[in-house]
Write a new protein. Sequence first.
Length: 115
Amino acid sequence: MPITANVGARARATLEVRLVDLSVSGARIEHGELLRPGSACAFQFPPAIGSLVISARVIHSTVVGSMQNADGERHLRYQTGLQFVGVTPEQRRALEGVVERLTPGGGVEVVRLHF
């Protein structure tokens, strides 16, 4: 189930990531590009699980290994911690529902981050 997160910066780009963990306070994602701590994000869930958009901030981004692309090239693999910020009571209730519906370790694979 795809999830989209818009990461704000001066230039806009999209980064596909894998959702590793989700809580009402933030998310852990895995991807192939370095995300700078302090970067602002707008984390957007797909309509299938609520069309929720929550502001977030990159807390840390760490190399956790490498991955091989379709051309056989190896690239670094990162895990990044996102903290949700400025969450309204309505967003928190919706987020609690999303967290309850998602199965730990499964269900959600691809997430998109928009820079």
